[in-house]
Design a protein around this ligand. Structure first.
Ligand SMILES: Cc1cc2nc3c(=O)[nH]c(=O)nc-3n(C[C@H](O)[C@H](O)[C@H](O)COP(=O)(O)OP(=O)(O)OC[C@H]3O[C@@H](n4cnc5c(N)ncnc54)[C@H](O)[C@@H]3O)c2cc1C
Length: 416
């Protein structure tokens, strides 16, 4: 039986940033990870570090697109037929979160979490590793429609409200910036302050190495159950052992819900499955990522190939990947760059840990002393991780948080 001060469950981008910040603050920290560090959603995402993006997924005007998306086999959203009834209550909450007043509140919360992410990573990684892993290149978003939709208008209003710099790009300018792009692409915007990592997998691997060098411990164990101890703290039962912890931080991504349910703590967390197709020997080379808003996917130039990544599938945690969803990304890619060539190097599926309002649950769990939650980052975990770590660190160590913790509280779901 081992004694640990703080146990973090999960070595994804969120758990690793938290672990590193705590160990540097002088705490004794162990991370329990059922697979290897960075093997969950943090492994193969689009890598965008969207410091100037604070747009929740559900916004006014979005709902009317959903039937068309679901009917289109190449659409950005799919629901496994046998999973429709299971996901329906979550989707209802998602729709309710898309009212304008709630969107404004969620955007404020996301803005506070995202805007200083580059500084956060610079602090965690140091200047040299930051320069090696992260590009502050700007990101382009594009559309094949001529005119702004209602949800695009909401996104624009949010950018204006938060003073986000953006440049409109005509189809002419897009053709100059990206030779070979299809004439079907009608407009775009450049978000010059956004950026990306050239390898989400290497970013998490590097953070795990720095964490260990700083005195942290990572063990390959699957946490099966948290058992509250009389007088505070927890016993953690794992597949191979048993640990005592004064405090526990749950950062287990899409799996977090299964650890909270036995404690009667309800978190409306849904795995939003997404895919990537990595192209080797690709004819396309990009200086900055491109996101296609209508098709729900994007291109990121990773260090090991061109990553076509995105789309959403609801099918639960356990259903096997649907490789067709990944191969569709190639067809989307060829629509945008008709001459696109490259070998299919890897297909990957990851589980976005998503809450209906797109705002993660971060902080102390009111009902359980010594239990902290850092989960539900949905589409924005890579950008939200450094500030999440700061917020957990401040709360756990009794410091005044630099970000108002209230919007991230689990309590908000009690209001429906
Ligand atoms: C296709 C796709 C594209 C995306 N693109 C972007 C993007 O461009 N920018 C962005 O910011 N975000 C993006 N995201 C979202 C981002 O990947 C996630 O928000 C983020 O990775 C979540 O990190 P996490 O640490 O919470 O979860 P994870 O990375 O999933 O880590 C959780 C870890 O917990 C471990 N674990 C779970 N249960 C247990 C247990 N019982 N015991 C021990 N260990 C356990 C898992 O093995 C896993 O390693 C994308 C996601 C997908 C799927």
């Amino acid at each position: 039986m081992q004694q640990e001060t703080t146990v973090v469950v999960g070595a994804g981008i969120i758990g690793l940033c938290i672990g590193l910040l705590l160990v540097r603050a002088g705490r004794k920290v162990a991370i329990l990870e059922m697979s290897h560090p960075g093997s969950g959603a943090s492994f193969g995402n689009s890598g965008l570090i969207s410091v100037d993006t604070a747009l929740p997924m559900a916004v006014p005007g979005m709902l009317r697109h959903v039937p068309g998306w679901l009917a289109d086999p190449m659409g950005p959203v799919a629901i496994k037929p046998s999973y429709v009834a299971t996901v329906a209550p979550w989707l209802q909450k998602w729709v309710r979160a898309g009212s304008m007043d709630r969107v404004l509140a969620s955007a404020d919360a996301l803005r506070a979490l995202h805007k200083d992410a580059f500084d956060g990573y610079r602090e965690l990684l140091g200047r040299n590793l930051f320069a090696d892993l992260i590009r502050t290149s700007g990101v382009v978003q594009l559309w094949e429609t001529e005119h702004e939709s209602r949800s695009d208008a909401v996104a624009r209003q949010l950018r204006e409200k938060h003073g986000v710099r953006s440049e409109l790009l005509s189809s002419e300018t897009l053709r100059q910036m990206f030779p070979g792009i299809s004439s079907a692409v009608k407009r775009g915007i450049l978000l010059p302050r956004n950026g990306y990592t050239v390898s989400p997998a290497r970013l998490t691997k590097t953070l795990s190495e720095i964490f260990i060098q700083a005195g942290g411990d990572i063990r390959c164990e699957r946490v099966l159950k948290l058992v509250p101890r009389e007088g505070g703290g927890f016993n953690l039962i794992t597949n191979v052992g048993y640990h005592q912890a004064h405090s526990v931080v749950l950062a287990a991504g899409a799996w977090t819900k299964s650890l909270l349910d036995p404690l009667s703590i309800r978190l409306p967390l849904e795995p939003e499955r997404g895919y990537h197709l990595l192209l080797g020997d690709c004819s396309l080379e990009l200086q900055m990522p491109i996101m296609h808003r209508e098709r729900g996917f994007g291109f990121t130039q990773m260090e090991d190939g061109m990553c076509l990544c995105g789309t959403v599938e609801f099918a639960g945690i356990h259903a096997p990947p649907c490789e067709e969803r990944a191969l569709i990304l190639r067809r989307h890619g060829e629509k945008i760059f008709p001459g696109l060539k490259g070998t299919n190097k890897r297909i990957w599926m990851g589980l976005r840990p998503s809450l209906p309002d797109s705002v993660p649950a971060i902080g102390r769990v009111a009902a359980r002393r010594d239990l902290y939650l850092a989960a539900g980052h949905g589409h924005y975990g890579m950008v939200g991780a450094p500030a999440t770590a700061r917020l957990i660190g401040d709360t756990l160590m009794g410091r005044t948080p630099t970000i108002d913790p209230k919007p991230y509280s689990l309590e908000r779901f009690k209001q429906g």
